[in-house]
Design a protein around this ligand. Sequence first.
Ligand code: 5GP
Ligand code: ZN
Length: 119
Amino acid sequence: MAGETQADCLFCKIAAGEVPATVVHETETVVAFRDITPQAPSHVLVIPRAHYPDAASLAAAEPALAAEVLRAAGEVAEREKTAGSGYRIVFNTGSGAGQTVFHAHAHVLGGRGLEWPPG
Ligand code: 5GP
Ligand code: ZN
């Protein structure tokens, strides 16, 4: 199912306020909250409220909503004061790439030097 809430999805529950999270930014369509296991001094996840399993399926079905996620990621970086020094937006897609929660989400990482290529 896509575009609706999925009852057993952790991030749908966070979007609905059923699971607590430290929300740093939200709009009608997206929510940004701190990652529970931060990998950088600033590590925020941006999700659409609607459920899509990954970024590509989100963009295919609702391109404007995918753009909202990216716009929110930029706003988070501004607020977190990482926009000036540089930050990274990551969409892990598939278990081989490290995706563990199958509700589309952007990691917004910053506040330290970020190596390239990523691990
Ligand atoms: P993925 O591995 O799918 O790219 O990213 C999932 C992210 O969700 C991980 O970085 C993980 O630390 C984070 N995460 C998992 N469970 C929770 C939770 O209950 N609350 C918050 N805030 N983050 C979570
Ligand atoms: Zn979901």
